[in-house]
Design a protein. Sequence first.
Length: 251
Amino acid sequence: MSDGTPADLFFDAAIGLLQRVREEEAEAITAAGTLLADTVTAGGRLFAFGAGHSSLAAQDVVYRAGGLALMNLLAVPGVVGVDVTPATLGSALERVDGLASAVLDTSPVRAGDALVIISLSGRNALPVEMAMSARALGVQVIGVTSVAYATQTESRHASGTFLKDHCDIVLDSKIAVGDAELTLDTIPAPFAPASTVVTAALVQAVMAATAATLADRGIEPPLLRSGNVDGGHEWNDRVMREYGDRIFYRH
C-alpha cells in the first residue's frame, strides 16, 4: 500500500470492482432482469435469499423504496444476520445438510417462481442445496456469487458442487477469495471487505433492469415509494392491494 489513505484505497478498490461488474456482467444482468420480468408477467412470485452478510444484499431489495414490491425475503431462521447469539451459529447453520429443503418445503415458493440466491463463496451446503431444491420444484434460480471461490476452494456440499453449478443465470461479483481488499505492513491480516457494496449494487442493477423490461412491455412495474414522501403510503397501499397475493412480508 503506497499512495492514498486506506480510505481512499478502499474506495478505489470498490469502484474498480463496480466497474468490472458493470462491464463484464452486463449481459448476465440483462438476462436476469428479463427472467424476473418474465416471472412477473406470468404471475409468478419473486424471492431473495442470502445467509450471513450475504443476506444484507437480499434484504436490500425487499420492501424497499424504489424497489419492486413483489420481491420477498426467503428467510432461514438463524442465518439472516448477526442478530443471532452466538453469531457463529449462523455460520454453522450454513453447513447443515437438509436445512434448505426444510425451509423450501414450508415456504410459499412454488413452480413458476424465481429465486435470487446470494452467497459470496457459494460453497456451503445451504445455498447449494437451496438452488438444487428450488430448481427441482420448478423455480428459476439466479445466483449471485464470486466464481473465484469455485476454483480456489473446495465445496462443503456433499455433491462437491457450488452455487454457480445450479443456477439458470450466474452473476459474478468478482470478489477475491477472503473478501478483503487492503493490506498494510502494520496489520497482520487483509482488511476492508467490499462484497456488500458490490453485491448490493449488482442486485439493484438487476432490479432496475427488471423494472425497465416490464415498462417496455407496457406493464407498470409494481414499485414501492418512500413512506417519507407525501403520498408514499397511499401509493404503496394501492400496489400492495393489486399484488397482495404475491407479497408475503405483510401477511
